[in-house]
Ligand binder design. Structure first.
Ligand code: PMP
Ligand code: GLU
Length: 400
């Protein structure tokens, strides 16, 4: 009965774990949710006020499919000031979240016979969005010792005459990696030489630590800009996950195709959220410093604590709000009578035994790790880590 397309994909694992943790909470269980990547901060007041004004002004009708001009202009200004990138209105499309931007890109670009290179660990939705369009994801594994960056050699080895695009995400979900300039330059040269598109998912751009500043690969020259789709949104930078605003900047021809697809699917993104997004981009940005400070101290605390657990090794992420500890030394061991053989086993054990929700690494294409989101308050992080330690101290004595 169902289409072939839907039988080839799985539901988003991150959203599935979040739903499970929330359901357990709703039924009275004291679950600590390290599952979903969603800032625990509230949307800043001035953004909410802009939305209330929009409602009161009756800004409640359909808008232009690809977003209102004042919001596109705010995005153009942001891209110019923050990223040194110049765009025109016809090179911008606003969609219902960055996930929707990526989905529109997939619909507009990928088809049977196309290959899309995705470095692993990857964000959960990339491969499925490729598969949904009958194209082939080419998963390229990266190495922890190289901070999970795809190397230029590795990239070249996976390019073929079918390569349509490379999906690049930094700061990365789930690893927190940030690319260095030299590697970015080499990747850009390869894309230009082999004529493929770069889908640059920059949603964690604002969340970097230790003085690292984000550089968009599109800013490395006119040629690479002309074959890059910059994807960004307000969910992470402005704590606006529920508002559903994301955007893409790129070649007018592709943006036009994406707008056509959007006109036949969702129509415009929510009118009130568009006004709020414009305020988010043009209004005060001070709260961001506070949010980054909080994330930074949680990051350091978590990495230290995780490294103090026997069998867990965790590198320090440079951006986003996830840690991605290597838990593979725990596999093959038995805890509380349960044999742990994979990241899924470990996640399930921790959910059942410790009431801590986290995402198994296999959802991101690397079973040796689990992902812990620190977009949750420090008190909960402390309680959660305490519970993880207690659960992992229940190792069967016969194995000690
Ligand atoms: N890209 C990455 C890497 C993400 O982690 C997320 C998570 N939400 C998104 C895109 C989509 O964000 P949204 O649809 O909320 O804008
Ligand atoms: N991107 C977030 C995450 O990885 C939100 C969940 C989702 O959109 O899949 O947890």
């Amino acid at each position: 009965m169902l289409s072939r397309r839907v039988t080839k994909i799985k539901p988003s694992p991150t959203l599935a774990i979040d739903a499970k943790a929330k359901a357990m909470k709703a039924s009275g269980e004291d679950v600590i949710n390290f599952g979903v990547g969603e800032p625990d901060f509230d949307t800043p007041e001035h953004i909410k006020e802009a939305a209330v004004r929009a409602l009161k002004d009756g800004f409640t009708k359909y808008t232009a499919v690809g977003g209102i001009d004042p919001l596109k202009d705010a995005i153009i200004k942001k891209l110019e000031e923050d990223n040194g990138l110049a765009y025109k209105r016809e090179e911008i499309i606003v969609s219902c979240g960055a996930k929707h931007s990526l989905y529109n890109i997939a619909q507009a670009l990928y088809g049977p016979g196309d290959e899309v290179i995705i470095p692993a660990p990857y964000w959960v939705s990339y491969p499925d969005q490729v598969v949904m369009n009958d194209a082939t994801p080419v998963i390229v594994e990266t190495d922890e010792s190289n901070s999970f960056m795809i190397t230029p050699d590795h990239l070249v080895n996976n390019v073929s005459d079918k390569t349509k695009a490379l999906i690049l995400n930094y700061p990365s979900n789930p690893t927190g990696l940030a690319y260095d300039m030299k590697t970015l330059q080499k990747i850009a040269e390869i894309a230009v030489k082999h004529k493929f598109i770069i889908v640059s998912d920059e949603i964690y751009e604002k969340l970097t630590y230790d003085g690292i500043k984000h550089t968009s690969i599109a800013s490395l020259g006119r040629e690479i800009q002309s074959r890059t789709l910059v994807v960004n949104g307000l969910s992470k930078s402005h704590a606006m996950t529920g508002w559903r605003i994301g955007y893409t900047a790129g070649p007018a021809e592709i943006v036009k195709a994406m707008t056509k697809i959007q006109s036949q699917s969702t129509s415009n993104p929510n009118s009130i959220a568009q006004i709020a997004a414009r305020e988010a981009l043009t209004g005060p940005q001070e709260f961001l410093t506070h949010m980054i400070d909080q994330f930074d101290s949680r990051r350091k605390f978590l990495v230290n604590e995780l490294n103090s657990i026997d069998g867990i090794h965790c590198t320090m992420p440079k951006g986003a709000f996830y840690v991605f500890p290597n838990t593979s030394l725990l596999y093959g061991k038995t805890y509380g009578g349960k044999q742990i053989s994979s990241s899924s086993d470990l996640a399930l054990y921790l959910l059942e035994e410790a009431k801590v929700a986290l995402v198994p690494g296999d959802a991101f294409g690397n079973d040796n790790h689990v992902r812990i989101s620190y977009a949750t308050g420090l008190d909960d992080i402390k309680r959660g880590i305490g519970r993880i330690k207690a659960a992992l101290s229940k190792r069967d004595s016969s194995e000690q």
